[in-house]
Ligand binder design. Sequence first.
Ligand SMILES: O=P(O)(O)OC[C@H](O)CO
Length: 467
Amino acid sequence: MVQAVLAVDQGTTNSKAALVTADGQVLATGSAPVGLSTPRPGWVEQDADDLWQSVLTAISTCLASAAVEVVGLALSTQRESVVGWNRAGEPVGPVLGWQDVRTAEWCAKLPSAVDDLVRRRTGLRVDAMFSAPKMRWLLDRSDAYVGTVDAWLIHRLTGCQEHLTEAGNASRTLLYDTVELDWSAELLEAFNVPRAALPDVRPSNAGFGVTNGVPGLADGIPIVAVLADSHAAMYGQGCTQAGMAKATYGTGSSVMTPVAGFVASGCTLAWLTDRPVYALEGNIVSSGAALAWTADLLGLPDVGALTALAATFSSAEGVVLVPAFAGLGAPHWDREARAALTGMSSSTTRAHIARAAVDAVAHQICDITDTIPGTLSSLRADGGATVSGLLMQTQADLLGHPVEAADVPEISALGVAELAWTTLGETTDWAGKRSFRTFEPGPDAGDRGRRRAEWAQAVASVRVRPA
Ligand SMILES: O=P(O)(O)OC[C@H](O)CO
């Protein structure tokens, strides 16, 4: 029987599963949506059982479509979101999603010394997006184990036997020292999170226990590799050389470029195998979410209809959408800013607004790539929204560099499957064999400059905190 790794990609809006062979072929896929609720402004919650059930549905749909021998599991997970569970493995409280900013005020009151410490130990900054403030919020309400989504899924997949998390996911909590490669006692104290509440941290391919009592899966299948989803995309894109960068277009967006060693600003631990691999990263809070919001506002059925409408005009003609619905992420980091549509006139149409939404996704990526030191040779793109040729062309035009969109938009599952197969002893170079849709930038540098200036002006107009 054909051997396959079962890769699970648990994201903000969907759980997906794929059966992947040692040469990177996808034999079958399955997916299931995950609910998300916003009970108050700034609060973004998911249900931990619902999330687990969506993983089981994705797995069973996938397994029903191909007869294979599953030799290992690989997990790619949404980052920063926090789950709390009790000793019996039952969730306590909601999953606090990465978009949730209920702790923003609490974060703002932390002494600046905590922010300094966070930067030095983690390469990140204090922000309500990250896990530590969310863990504190849950621990204030229950005596629980707390962990990121990878830890929750490992716990459930192993029949509540394992309490483990992966180093790259841990690096997004604000509690993990990404140079010492361990939970930081100083940071645990600063956020008042007890070590006993946290899972143990393992390298990305160190093994995370074996399946136990999972419906539809045999017991004893090893969980071979775990990566954070954005990091899995970087791995899958083969983005390992200086000058390369990848952008993942998900609910939010993440731009990552490899860096030789730890730096105390905008740095993350991409993965930890025989050695740590670091990346500079910028996170955008609202990207696919901005497209979905605009489609809804315009009464369109989906994002595909939005991009089709946007394509009916060659430009937004000065209309700019700044999608700061939950503030601005990298590189602006102003979480009190709020969204705006600017530059409208009486001749503005729905198509201009649709076009402005597409432009906003691309402008936000450019804001981050502008901060990457050195020369960017090209940008590798992945994520659901990359199916839009209009978005990819707009990205290349605004960037002034080619954009290479992966032939498989959802690359996180493939990235972690590749790490699993490598760990199982196979030689892989799937990115080297992958074909890309390449989008060359349009020749009009003047137009690029004008559009970037319009965007910068609109961003400045929504800022609350000074740049
Ligand atoms: O669910 P996605 O794919 O938008 O990814 C969420 C990110 O991991 C949040 O940092």
